[in-house]
Each structure stands twice: as structure tokens, then as C-alpha cells.
Design a protein around this ligand. Structure first.
Ligand SMILES: [Zn+2]
Length: 469
């Protein structure tokens, strides 16, 4: 098992929502745009965590919309690959209790022969200029992210972050930690080996007591040099000095400029370990930097999950099955399952609310059919009710039937015992005339009718993330 798989049994389910205490964010907002107040003073980051009540509970503070721009030829990224990317982000950000969750706000695909080998230095700058949205994190997902030069067209970057266009670029076949690493850059983090090849003036020292008295910065070297964070230990470029099992292999006795041998963390997400599956951790200071940076992003007010006390007293988070935005990204509904889903409140790039759609897939299997009569049940959930519409499709995506739930005590019961063998889809969405998404929820089950009357226990998301390479 890889490290990543070990930490997987996670996931936020919206039942965990608690009302988020009011926090005085404005005190920090837009105050330090040009300087990083923690450089030479990491105590700032600890104070910040305390001020935003970081340790009070594990309730997410931000739900950040992600726009995917997919490029490729025959290798155009699929909906399933887009789904995996969002799940990778949420898996590691949640496991590290960053209090940040991500959801898919939109997808646009561009399939062209010339995008088969999408050039990071040729196609990407033009495309990121043509296609990006405000108010969301823009991610370019290309089937192949070619390095520059004719010789290098067959070499791919797994992920890059462009500081100027604020765009992340990545490929679907990289390790799940790649997108998380790039998101770390977007949220203000540097590499943990930053400036390791520089002199004493920039390099982070192994000895944490080394003091620096510079013209502009004064304090502990580990809080000024390198990535400026004391709890990410000094480290060299790890790719050459780690093995595939995440061990530090220091055969050559690599030392810093002060002559001390390194003893680095080999699991940090912002490092360059040889095996990218080793990267599973953000340190406490890194989390503080990310939350601080996020608070200072231009659109973060819209992304914050806050108790408003008004009409829609709470915000709903994307449930652990998201994103299930299309038939190709549908959630499987196995026999005997009862799942709990939410209609969260996705935003587009202009801050407008989108309608949340959940897609499900189930199969009618002749062998099992003769054992049990079967039905699909959709019931309103526990939160404020706002109407549910379910549309049933055959495997060619032809709509077969539409069902509505108009009041809280109705349910949909759909007998599928006589359905022909094959695959079917269901799209569940909110019935809303005024186009406002009220965070609400529902249960969906695929049941054998002649089983005992008691409903099976609710199956929450298990976080089974397939590792691609
Ligand atoms: Zn990087």
C-alpha cells in the first residue's frame, strides 16, 4: 500500500457541517499584499491560526471552485480523469486538515490534433490567456504537457504552476500528489528545497539556531532562508537522495553550507521526492500560509463557508461523491446501497450560483433479477427541503422517465424488476423555479424488495482513489 492509500479513509460528508464561528478575517485581509509577514517571524503564522480558531474543530473554512480547461487530441482528458483530479485535491487537503475543500465549477474541453502534445511553453501561455475565468482556480488539464524543444516533445511535465497567469497545468496520468503540490504553489507555498543550491545568504540551514542579521531581515535563518518556514526542515533536492520507499539515502554525506548533514522530511507535498506517492504531508506552518494566502485572494469572500444567520442559515459542502457531474463521472449505485448526497451551492466564475446535478449509474442484471425484485428509492434528506427532480436514462442516454418530489414527505419509488439487462443512468437535481440553490440533501438507494424491511445502513463515501501510475 502506498502512503496515499493509507490515509484515504477520509472524507467530509456534509453531515459534519457545524456552524462556523464568526471569525475576524478582515483584520488580516489585504494588509500585507507585498510582504510576507511570517518571514523571519514564524510566530505570526501561529498567531494567525489562533485568531481564525484553527484548532477549535475540523470544519472546512473554504469551498474553492475549480474550473477545468481540458486539452488534447485522442488523449483528451476524460470526465473520469477530471473527477480523479478533484478527488486527489480533496483527499490530501482533507487528510491534512487544511480546512479547504475544492469542487468542480465548470469544464470546457478543446480537442484538436495539435493539442495531442500540448506544449507547456508554446500552447499553454496562449490558451491560458484565451481561456480563464475570474473567481475560480483555473486548471489546465492536458493529455500531454510537452517540454520545449523538438528533442523533448516526448518528455512531459507532470505539473506546473505559472505565477504570472495564476494557472495550474497538469496531466491526468501523474501521481495524485502532483495537482496537490501545484495547488500548494497557488496558495503561496514554495518548494521545501528552495535555494538549497545557494550560498549561506539564501540557503536554509540544518541547524535551526543559526541566526541571521541582514540589512532587510533579521531572525532565525530557518525562518528567513529557503521556504521561510521553520517546520519544513532544510533539505536538498530530494529526487537523487531518496529511494522509492520514501527513505532518505545519503550515501555521499550531503551537507549544508555550515557543514551539517541533512535529516529531511521525505513526505512533504512541496518536496521533490523520487517517488511522488511519498508526498502526503503539509506542515502546520504550510497550512497557515495557505489559509492566509487564500484569505487574501481577491474572490475568497465568496469561497468562505460562513454562518450567515439569515434565510439559508448554513452553507452546504460538496459531498464526498462529488464531482458526479456527467454520466462518465457518475456515482455507482450498487444493489443494497443507500447513499446520502447533498445539493451544494456551486459558483461559476462570476459568483453566480449553478444548479448542482448528481449523476448515478446502475445496472440491471438478469441473474440477480430472478432472485430479488428490485427498486430505486429517492427520499428527501434532513436539511431544508427544496424539491427534487430525477430523470432516468438508458445506456444511450435517452431519457426514459422523469420523477418529481414536491413535498418533504413524498418519496420516489421506482420498480426496476422488469428492466432489460444493461446500464442505466439517473440524474438527480433540485427542482427550483427561482434558480437559487438552497443547500439541501437526499438519500438514494437501490434495494432488493424482498429483503427485510429495515433499510440498510447509509454508505458514505469510502474514498477509493485509483492511483494511475
Ligand atoms: Zn513545484
Amino acid at each position: 500500500m502506498t502512503n496515499l492509500q493509507k490515509i484515504l479513509p477520509i472524507f467530509l460528508i456534509f453531515l459534519n457541517i457545524s456552524l462556523f464561528a464568526q471569525t475576524d478575517f478582515s483584520k488580516y485581509q489585504h494588509k500585507h499584499i507585498f510582504c510576507k509577514p511570517w518571514i523571519g517571524n514564524n510566530a505570526f503564522l501561529e498567531r494567525y491560526l489562533s485568531d481564525i480558531h484553527y484548532d477549535n474543530d475540523s470544519t472546512p473554512m473554504y469551498a474553492v471552485p475549480v474550473q477545468i480547461w481540458a486539452y488534447g487530441g485522442e488523449n483528451l482528458p476524460t470526465d473520469l480523469e477530471i473527477k480523479r483530479l478533484i478527488i486527489s485535491l480533496n483527499t490530501l487537503f482533507t487528510a491534512n486538515n487544511t480546512k479547504i475543500v475544492f469542487y468542480l465549477s465548470g469544464v470546457e474541453k478543446f480537442q484538436k490534433k495539435r493539442f495531442q502534445k500540448f506544449g507547456y511553453f508554446s500552447n499553454a501561455p496562449i490558451q491560458s490567456h484565451l481561456h480563464h475565468k475570474r473567481g475560480v482556480v483555473n486548471i489546465m488539464l492536458a493529455g500531454w504537457l510537452a517540454k520545449p524543444g523538438k528533442k523533448n516533445r516526448n518528455l512531459a511535465f507532470t505539473g506546473c504552476y505559472n505565477h504570472f497567469s495564476n494557472t495550474i497545468a497538469t496531466i491526468p496520468s501523474g501521481s495524485p500528489s502532483v495537482a496537490v503540490h501545484e495547488m500548494g504553489h497557488y496558495l503561496g507555498l514554495h518548494h521545501t528545497h528552495r535555494y538549497y543550491h545557494r550560498g549561506k545568504h539564501r540557503q536554509e540551514s540544518v541547524d535551526t539556531t543559526v541566526f541571521r542579521r541582514g540589512l532587510f531581515a533579521r531572525g532565525r535563518n530557518v525562518e528567513i532562508n529557503g521556504d521561510g518556514l521553520a517546520d519544513t526542515y532544510a533539505q536538498p533536492y530530494l529526487r537523487r537522495v531518496t529511494d522509492s520507499h520514501c527513505n532518505y539515502v545519503d550515501n555521499e554525506g550531503v551537507t549544508d553550507r555550515w557543514g551539517n548533514r541533512y535529516a529531511p522530511q521525505t513526505d512533504n507535498i512541496m518536496s521533490y521526492t523520487q517517488n511522488k506517492e511519498c508526498r502526503s504531508q503539509f506542515t502546520r506552518m504550510q497550512k497557515s500560509v495557505m489559509l492566509y494566502t487564500l484569505e487574501n485572494k481577491r474572490h475568497s469572500d465568496r469561497w468562505r463557508i460562513e454562518f450567515s444567520g439569515e434565510k439559508n442559515g448554513f452553507a452546504s459542502l460538496p459531498d464526498g461523491y462529488e464531482p458526479d457531474f456527467s454520466p462518465r463521472a457518475a456515482t455507482a449505485l450498487p444493489l443494497g446501497s443507500r447513499q446520502h448526497h447533498s445539493f451544494h451551492s456551486p459558483l461559476d466564475g462570476k459568483g453566480r450560483q449553478l444548479n448542482d446535478e448528481d449523476w448515478f449509474e446502475f445496472s440491471s442484471d438478469h441473474v440477480i433479477k430472478h432472485i430479488h425484485q428490485r427498486k430505486i428509492v429517492i427520499e428527501p434528506g434532513l436539511m431544508e427541503f427544496s424539491g427534487i427532480r430525477a430523470v432516468l436514462y438508458n445506456q444511450d442516454l435517452q431519457p426514459i422517465d422523469t420523477f418529481n418530489i414536491n413535498t418533504k414527505d413524498e418519496i420516489i419509488e421506482l420498480d426496476i424488476s422488469d428492466f432489460k439487462d444493461g446500464k442505466y443512468f439517473i440524474k438527480v437535481e433540485q427542482l427550483n423555479d427561482n434558480r437559487t440553490t438552497i443547500p439541501s440533501d437526499y438519500f438514494i438507494s437501490l434495494l432488493a424488495v424482498d429483503l427485510p424491511k429495515n433499510l440498510p445502513p447509509v454508505i458514505e463515501y469510502k474514498g477509493e482513489l485509483e492511483v494511475l501510475d
